[in-house]
Write a protein that binds this ligand. Structure first.
Ligand code: XMP
Length: 516
């Protein structure tokens, strides 16, 4: 019988592709969650997983400080799939032997399948040449009792393994990456074949479950939500509102650093299409006063952040008796990356940094299990308009960190007008949705130009457009020259005070996406 509680738990040993495992499983409409490998056995048991995946990782199982999960996992009667490091750990914990390989195996390899049931159900047996992707420097030398080989590759005689009586399987390659052409089949065989899951996890079931959970948790209490105009907070508000109606109040603070039209359409949507209560605070002059004379980027950020919290707190206190704060934290923000050799700290994310502690509010983070594109799907399912859902990310400090040096009303005006042109041209050319972000930056210098017969000495606008998956790394977008040309000539012709436009061709790292 299919139940809505089916889930696959992934234990993370620090691989760069652990998030992809979760994604690939959810794409099969089975819910999955990532936890650090240190998760204790009782907690894991209480989650009643349908299956467990041990991820890859950079360590060697024979290292003294190797990350080791509780071997009791193999006593739970739950199917386990080990991937790369996870496969080696499974072998070691069950009595096999792993050693350093003479040759590292990295990149594409051909998999020769010896046993076509279990993980390889539906595939052809040897000699088969399935492309898989490997990345390991250790290899399994001796199998634990009860295990046999199900596939090999040129450098890995034990490229895939299974236990003959128990539901334990292991692969040396990475089924979650696109280069492993049979990756989805392998994962499907694990979750549907071995774990007996059903493809029933959809946004619709997510909405039902989350709405019930929020109702239950909040009871009669009041909830606040800081609406920023961005996708995450808008979808959070819509979801919480569906659960508790007018027990939710949203606060939208206009800090005067927004793009032209950036928030208006979201506010319009909430006002016209929902009965959500939105308190709309225009704090433009407060923020401009606070920023007067400030040139240092960090000081600007701090003043903007502090101002936001102050105003938010005042409004919240006026409402009184608020117990919860709803926040649009996403999955990549909350995954506790494993602390391994002190390198990767646990990430934390507070859109309204420090506020929950200060006001003693409990957090409601209904999106904390979702990825950005899942949030977009959820927004559409909740009936939000596409233009609100497919909006590019916009930083909290807004245009304040896109004006190099002091923020003044005049400089904001120049930047806004330039920025609108960038947006319009990106949208009409069809490039807006192809890139991660695209925007204008006002530089703190003036340069010489000539207009008509006269010399000009005016501002420079830089155009920034990047391609990225998660903003951690980014490449400058290879926009067509004619599009860049149109943006440049329109800005110079239409925006008073600008006589030069340049295009930023730096990647992140070593640059960042924003200029400050
Ligand atoms: P950077 O400039 O660090 O930006 O490469 C990465 C992503 O984060 C956004 N960003 C911010 N978002 N508050 C935010 O809410 C901030 O202070 C902030 N700084 C940068 C940036 O737009 C990009 O998407």
């Amino acid at each position: 019988m299919a139940t809505h509680n089916e889930k696959i738990i992934i234990l993370d040993f620090g691989s760069q592709t652990t998030q992809l495992i979760a994604r690939r499983i959810r794409e099969q409409k089975v819910y999955s969650e990532i936890h650090p490998y240190t998760l204790d056995l009782d907690t894991l048991k209480a989650m009643q997983p349908s299956g467990i995946v041990l991820s890859g990782g950079p360590a060697s199982v024979y290292d003294e400080d190797a990350p080791i999960s509780d071997p009791g996992i193999f006593e739970l009667g739950v199917p386990v799939l080990g991937i790369c490091y996870g496969a080696q750990l499974m072998m070691q914990q069950l009595g096999g032997r792993v050693e350093k390989a003479e040759k590292r195996e990295f990149g594409k390899a051909e998999l020769n399948i010896e046993y076509t049931a279990g993980l390889f159900a539906g595939m052809e047996t040897a000699p088969s040449h399935y492309q898989v992707w490997m990345s390991h420097g250790d290899r399994i030398e001796e199998l634990p009792p009860g295990f046999s080989v199900t596939a090999n590759s040129a450098h890995s005689p034990f490229a895939a393994l299974r236990h003959e009586d128990k539901p334990f399987v292991a692969v040396q390659f990475h089924p979650e990456v696109a280069h492993t052409l049979i990756g989805n089949d392998v994962l499907r065989n694990f979750i549907f074949g071995l774990c007996d899951c059903h493809p029933i996890w959809t946004m619709h079931s997510f909405i039902d479950a989350t709405v019930a959970e929020i109702k239950n948790r909040v009871g009669e209490g009041k909830v606040l939500c800081a609406l920023s105009g961005g996708v995450d907070s808008s979808v959070t508000a819509a979801l919480v509102h569906r659960a508790i109606g007018d027990q939710l109040t949203c606060i939208y603070v206009n800090n005067g650093l927004m793009r032209t039209g950036e928030s208006e359409s979201v506010l319009r949507f909430f006002r016209q299409k929902t009965d959500l209560q939105v308190i709309d605070i225009d704090a433009t002059s407060y923020f401009l006063d606070e920023l007067a004379g400030i040139k240092d980027p960090e000081k600007k950020r701090k003043r903007i952040g502090y101002g936001f919290i102050k105003i938010f707190e005042e409004e919240a206190n006026k409402l009184g008796n608020v117990k919860f704060l709803a926040q649009g934290t996403l999955y990549p923000d909350v995954i506790e990356s494993v602390v391994f050799r002190g390198k990767a700290p646990i990430k934390s994310h507070h859109n309204v940094g420090g506020l929950p502690e200060r006001m003693q509010l409990e957090l409601i983070e209904p999106l904390r299990e979702l990825f950005k594109d899942e949030v977009r799907e959820l927004g559409l399912e909740l009936g939000m308009p596409e233009e609100a859902i497919f909006r590019q990310p916009f930083p909290g400090p807004g245009l304040g960190i896109r004006i190099m040096g002091e923020v003044t009303a005049e400089r904001l005006n120049i930047l806004r007008k330039s920025d609108v042109i960038v947006l319009e041209e990106m949208k009409t050319s069809g490039w807006y949705r192809k890139v991660w972000q695209s925007f204008a930056v006002l530089l703190p210098i003036q340069t010489v130009g000539v207009m008509g017969d006269g010399r000009t000495y005016e501002h420079v606008i830089a155009i920034r457009s990047v391609d990225s998956r998660d903003a951690m790394t980014a490449d400058w977008s290879q926009l067509p020259y004619d599009l860049l040309g149109r943006i440049s000539s329109r800005i110079i012709n239409e925006v008073r005070g600008v006589n030069r436009v340049v295009y930023d061709i730096s990647s992140k790292p070593p640059s960042t996406i924003e200029w400050e």
